[in-house]
Design a protein around this ligand. Sequence first.
Ligand SMILES: [Zn+2]
Length: 309
Amino acid sequence: MGVRREDTMMATCALVTLSFLLVVSGVAATDYDYDNQHKWDGSCNTGSNQSPLNFKTVYTSSFPPFIFDNYGLINITLEVNGHSLKANLVPLSSNLPHLLGGGLSDEYVLDSFHFHWGRNNGEGSEHRLLDCSFAGEMHFVHYKKKYRNVGEAKEHPDGVAVLAVWLVAAVDDYESKQQLYRYDHDEPTNFWLDFLVPYGPFVNHFPRQTILRYLLPQNTDSFYRYEGSLTTPPCSETVVWTVFRDPVVAPRRLWHLLRTLRSPPGHGRPIGKNFRNIQAQGARKVYFSYDPESHLIQCNKQEVEELEE
Ligand SMILES: [Zn+2]
């Protein structure tokens, strides 16, 4: 891990400079288009530690287990924020869901989670595994506890920690579904994601309940870890990424909602797809928290394609 620490320090120096430049240039980061990613502002097209990545070569490393504190039942509201479907927390107490362990340098507080998807099941995830795309990806965005919010945290090295969960589409065929569930809880993720989907084309702001821990894969010990960036402008290079090895199953209703979502809901422009292109890995290493052999069994392009609708 000595090499990694050195890398981190080098990245830190670069990040301080970058943050400074961003503040000075006053980059507006809200207006961007997934069909014109080469025009994105901030460090999106100038940085060298960008996300997402296509995981091909990984280095085994041991990480302590994650501790999910207060990741139980919580109220959320759904919001279409222009480029995604975002779930905002409606905390019932001051004890916000937070994350420890997992090799993270500090305690991180959950801010929100959101979705990335494509036009069909053959695309949609931001991170890829051996060139395979999953149908979607969920991002649980956390900020380091010593900062006030994500906005402040993203200006600092390691300020943001994102937990990424690959999503696959539920299929009718019973046997295929069972194959997918070997990676999943028995069925709760599917159930709780289904529970999040509003009926009709509009996303309402009524609070709804979910159990955060059930939106993550059952096995959270197997994951990919690297240092990268936000995947939307200004693409700040201050994110510690955790991408869980095991995908979870998302119900048909969720895919239908995501792929027909408009911004603003109902009468705005279609969001369509909202995944960023794969970025150059450069000198960065991707670490895998488990036996490298098990890294390979997960990605089987034939299997992923066979399970498409
Ligand atoms: Zn995201």
